[in-house]
Design a protein around this ligand. Sequence first.
Ligand code: UGA
Length: 452
Amino acid sequence: MQVAIIGTGYVGLTTGVCLAFIGHSVTCLDTDAAKIRALCSGTIPIYEPHLAELLEESRHNLRFTSSYAEAIPGADAVFIAVGTPPTPSGAPNLEYLSQAARSIGQHLNSNFTVVVNKSTVPIGSGNWVDSLIREACEQRSDAASVDFAVASNPEFLREGSALHDSLYPDRIVIGADEPRALELLYTLYRPILDQTFPAPTYLPRPEDFGAVPLLSTDLASAELIKYAANAFLALKISFINEIGLLAERVGANITEVARGIGLDSRIGARFLNAGLGWGGSCFGKDTAALIATAAEYGLHLPIVEAARTINSRQRDRVVEKLLNELKILKGRTIGLLGLAFKPNTDDLREAASIEIAQKLIDRGVRVKAHDPIAADRFRREHPHMPVQLCQHAAEVAEGCDALVLVTEWNEYRDLDWECIAKRMRHPFILDGRHALDKEKLTRAGMRYVALN
Ligand code: UGA
């Protein structure tokens, strides 16, 4: 099939590369010409494991352009995967979405095209995109021949494992009010639904992975599924963090508690890692948007609101713990291990590291930091933050009064902790992710405290 993808961020680029990999002819469009030039020359603008390899393998099915006239006419499916960044009110900014819809409307032709909302868009956006495309078509003399339908196909991929999540998803959700749209998307996704594609060696198919369930719904339900899924995951994390606080007071071990409840198959073990809480571009934005949508209908969502409150409280607790340990923060040196909002990405959006660094700087702390991937991006995106970036974790430790493990990069698990303890002024570590081995660190001479 001929596919166009509008927007080459995490979602757009991953979707484009995966659809090209399973055999479709894909044109990825971005209005950022510099990004397109970079992609044409093989440079990937984001850090995502194996994306470069899969792109290389699928290059014969991929084109990159900034021209709607090149991407849209004749496409069977057009995926809108543009950014919908949050506005101060919590509602997403839909400017890029509306520009994309209008431009699509200017270039569709008589070939039946499904326009798919892949970005996380507010509930009701399907109808809105439909009307914007229709308005743009009506400006044309050949408006009557244009044939399209709008569908919603929410994305459930996680940064850092985006390709795995796209090729081996738990489910595919398609919301469409027009049967032809559903049929077309069913055919498009068939190799993934039936798992008939040969798995790349670097992205092996999980053992016992069978056919992928397809859920077809109306437009609004598909849109709400996306928000409800992210809100539920966010509140699962906040729930374990809330119980973590109580566990600390009663002397219980939150990791054991999480294991104990997670083994109940009705609850499930994943997303129960207590610690600094969630960051990234999705949970914060989507929970805020869900609350904003509910407010438009005069509704409160107290559970979702509480999940957000608890998440921000976790960041304050870092300062509390450091105060407990060091008593005075002014004039101290504190090192952050990890800057990215989670491992295997260089994304810093709503990363705990930024908030923690700022809180410490405000209290007169000298902050040092290391991240194996996200340090350059940190410098570019936060040029005025007085954080000393170090090449190695051990260098961060030099002269520090405390370390905070912010991002659980694998390499931090096997650091030479004896050497680190010796280099620190006060060998204390606050493990913000329950990622390190307490016994091992204690043997190495570190004082270890985990953030519940
Ligand atoms: C999330 C969802 O997991 C995806 O399903 C969804 O498609 C995506 O948002 C989106 O809407 O685009 P993502 O934000 O990439 O994906 O990352 P997650 O793996 O969900 O992690 C989010 C945050 O939660 C990270 O900061 C992570 O450190 C934190 N987290 C995760 C915890 O604090 N505890 C956990 O147990 C799990």
